[in-house]
Design a protein around this ligand. Structure first.
Ligand SMILES: [Zn+2]
Ligand SMILES: [Zn+2]
Length: 166
């Protein structure tokens, strides 16, 4: 299995250890980053992380907080993308939650450094795309919430985190 991990509680805090030795090319930004984000969405109150690869890399503080927030955000986006608009059969609408939020979620998996771009593309689709009013209405609030969280995480901070674990 890829990015196998375990969590242990220690005096200095809750620690997660991710074993990337078994991963294809050892730690890989594309593959492992997405797994790590998903792990962080499932776990809670992590204080430090250790990546066990050819060398051990330990992360603490801000970066771990950012990864935790990214994990929560990613999980939230995944959850919202499976919402089905009420009262309407909506299969091919350009602004359905599945389409616009599914694209953002996909960017976490495929191009983690382009999550912001994916967000803005979906944001534009929601405002300008062809689609039913029901989908638009239902997605606006989620879109705002994700935008606020992304802005608060901020481009520079994200780059910081990617740079350190990449
Ligand atoms: Zn890995
Ligand atoms: Zn629709």
């Amino acid at each position: 299995m890829k990015c196998e991990y375990n969590v242990d509680d220690r005096i200095e805090g809750r620690r997660i250890t991710v074993n990337c030795l078994e991963c294809d090319e050892s730690f890989d930004l594309k593959e492992c980053f997405f797994h790590v984000i998903k792990i962080m969405g499932d776990e809670y109150n992590i204080d430090n992380m250790v990546f066990s690869d050819d060398v051990e890399t330990q992360l603490t503080g801000n970066v771990v907080d950012i990864l935790g927030r990214l994990g929560d955000l990613c999980k939230d986006i995944d959850r919202v993308s499976s919402k089905v608009p009420k009262g309407k059969e909506c299969k091919n609408c350009d602004v359905s939650p599945k389409k616009i939020f599914g694209d953002i979620y996909g960017s976490f998996a495929d191009e983690p450094d382009k999550v912001f771009e994916a967000y803005y593309t979906s944001y534009r689709s929601l405002n300008q795309g062809e689609g039913c009013e029901e989908c638009k209405r239902q997605s606006e609030e989620d879109m705002c919430r994700f935008g606020e969280e992304l802005v608060s995480l901020s481009d520079a901070v994200l780059r910081d985190a990617y740079g350190i674990i990449g």
